[in-house]
Ligand binder design. Structure first.
Ligand SMILES: C[S@@+](CC[C@H](N)C(=O)[O-])C[C@H]1O[C@@H](n2cnc3c(N)ncnc32)[C@H](O)[C@@H]1O
Length: 207
């Protein structure tokens, strides 16, 4: 199990050589999931977006591409993720449309009511308590702002439950768990959608 556990545990906080490999893998491996999730956000024209737990930065790049008038802040607590996300989005950073910030979702260093849209792809499994973190997201969203969570796991599939046993600090959540935590954090409208063939889950909440 040694090397396998070390490698898959890089999903929680990438670092070192294995972390670099994992970040490259996540940028390509999560693209289809992220694009499926983003497909739920039709007719939005956000000006200010934050991508939480941004990893290697591919999804922040996709947000910048889909929303040409938006500026995107990508946040991650891993130094290596921040470095990779900056490299991936260097042109947009130079153009002044993207910032990558090292920080923990449980204490976001973003101004109150500053974002129209917050996204979280494949990351809430590792957050230190959904209520605390979702309250932080609610704090930085403008009234009426959207929070989209997109997970490869619906909290019940066998593969993800296996990984939960291997990766220290990982927790899978069902749509019901996420909905309850969002409501507790002050989100009013919550919609969930399950992929028709896969255990993928998208949750969209409105502040
Ligand atoms: C599985 S990766 C997903 C990365 C990216 N969102 C994607 O879909 O490819 C999870 C990321 O969330 C970050 N992360 C986990 N907990 C975090 C926290 N409390 N605050 C900020 N980032 C966090 C990790 O460092 C890692 O880069």
């Amino acid at each position: 199990m040694g090397l396998f556990k070390d490698y898959v545990s890089q999903t929680r906080k990438p670092e070192g050589f294995l972390g670099k490999m994992m970040l490259r893998g996540m940028n390509t491996g999560h693209a289809k999931l992220a694009d499926w999730g983003l497909g739920h956000l039709q007719n939005l024209a956000p000006e200010s977006v934050v991508d939480l737990g941004c990893g290697g930065g591919r999804n922040a790049g996709e947000l910048l591409r889909r929303y040409p008038k938006a500026s995107v802040t990508a946040v991650d607590y891993s130094e290596l993720s921040v470095e990779k996300a900056r490299e991936y989005n260097r042109e947009m950073i130079a153009a002044g449309r993207c910032k990558v910030q090292q920080g923990d979702v449980s204490s976001l260093e973003l101004p109150e009511e500053s974002c129209d849209l917050a996204t979280a792809f494949e990351t809430i499994y590792f957050w230190p308590g959904l209520s605390q973190c979702f309250s932080q997201v609610a704090r930085v969203l403008k009234p009426g702002g959207y929070f989209m969570i997109c997970n490869e796991s619906d909290g019940t599939d066998a593969v993800s439950l296996k990984f939960e046993k291997i990766i220290d600090g990982m927790k899978n959540y069902t749509a019901e768990d996420i909905t309850a935590a969002l409501k507790e954090a002050g989100f009013s409208k919550v919609k969930t959608d399950h992929h028709k063939n896969k255990p993928w889950l998208t949750v969209i909440a409105r502040k």
